[in-house]
Ligand binder design. Sequence first.
Ligand SMILES: [Zn+2]
Length: 97
Amino acid sequence: MEHERIQEQVFCQSCGMPIQDASLLGTDRDGSKNSEYCMYCYETGEFKQPDISLQGMTDLCTGFMVQDGMTEDTARQLLAEQLPRLKRWSALQSPEA
Ligand SMILES: [Zn+2]
């Protein structure tokens, strides 16, 4: 019996979305599943929005979370805590090269 449920909770390292099913995972260049990013952020080895800023991502995610029934204030507060810890954004906060 095959099922694609993921055992541990995985969060997209770009947008923070919980990835509860392997079908939501993004794909690498060779078409295999990427285990760090969701399909909305990452496809065939590239970010779908390569130039988006942390602020831009916050705005984008806020929109989805508000659609989901969250207030904008709560959504922004959550994202302000969550997004900077994700792999895609934490790298940006390293000291200037
Ligand atoms: Zn994502």
